[in-house]
Write a protein that binds this ligand. Structure first.
Ligand SMILES: [Zn+2]
Ligand SMILES: [Zn+2]
Length: 272
């Protein structure tokens, strides 16, 4: 069994699901999830060398990864997928429409294009999916469960829909996009069409949208909230944290730890 160490939060166990972001933002996204015996990645927007180095910090090797799941076809989620898959022999899974829109679709044989299925399992990890609202062909959010522990991943979406609330509410850990500060985006240098895209229903969640959503998503079991996919130009870790916490302050109490995923380095490993 692979041993993990959650050094920043001082917890060391090896019976529960572990998870973290390896990098997060418009330059690249990759999430690591470790079950008792099975490890998977959500998205692969990094190089093989970076992945190897980031996993080594958790005493894990890319060869111990069972699958790469692609949430959608944007480059920041797939840039390293082919190389990582080929180098370490890791199968790639995506929704049927996403596969057709992946730039490397033709490079894979039909039997190599693994498809998401609702309720699918990787070893002891069971997965569920929900639709996101984003300008990709079939973007999905993902819920991963093991031994009654639940991790929910909501990234790259312009809105939160009722089905997301149903699937995610009360998860032990919620990784949610806090892409931009509206104020910074309005005042920033982006051209009008890009601002409109980001702010639209098929764009990205602002810090305050994430905070408002979290007021309904956080339940009594929620231990960790990680704010992900911060914009380099229209956000800062401090601004994201402050704007989300402003919204959460309306709750009677905040039962969980809220942290921000670094853009270019791993977040401390979380043990659920
Ligand atoms: Zn993205
Ligand atoms: Zn995207």
């Amino acid at each position: 069994m692979v041993k993990y160490k959650a050094d920043h939060y001082g917890i060391e166990e090896d019976i529960h699901m572990k998870c973290t972001t390896l990098l997060s933002g418009s330059s690249g996204n990759c999430i690591f999830i470790g079950g008792e015996k099975t490890n998977i990645l959500i998205d692969a927007g990094c190089s093989a060398a970076y992945l190897q180095k980031a996993l080594a910090q958790m005493h894990c090797s890319p060869r111990e990864i069972s699958a790469i799941l692609i949430t959608h076809e944007h480059n920041d989620h797939i840039s390293g997928a082919v190389h990582i898959s080929g180098k370490f022999g890791i199968p790639i899974y995506a929704s049927p429409l996403t596969w057709k829109n992946l730039p490397f679709y033709e490079d894979f044989l039909p039997e190599e294009r693994h498809i998401f299925e609702y309720g699918m399992e990787f070893g002891e990890l069971s997965l569920d999916f929900f639709r996101l609202s984003h300008d990709a062909c079939q973007p999905v959010g993902i819920v991963v469960q093991e031994n009654g522990r639940k991790l929910a991943i909501i990234t790259d979406t312009g809105t939160i829909t009722p089905s997301m609330y149903r699937k995610v509410r009360g998860a032990d850990a919620i990784f949610i996009e806090a892409n931009h500060s509206r104020q910074m985006l309005y005042q920033g240098p982006y051209p009008y069409f890009l601002k409109k895209r980001i702010l639209g229903d098929r764009g990205h969640l602002s810090n305050r949208q994430a905070g408002v959503a979290l007021r309904r998503l956080i339940g009594e079991n929620t231990k960790y909230v990680v704010l992900t996919h911060l914009s380099q130009n229209n956000n800062t870790p401090e601004t994201a944290y402050r704007e989300v916490m402003d919204e959460l302050a309306l709750l009677p109490e905040i039962p969980c730890r809220v942290s921000v995923a670094p853009r270019m380095s791993p977040h401390p490993l979380l043990i659920l």
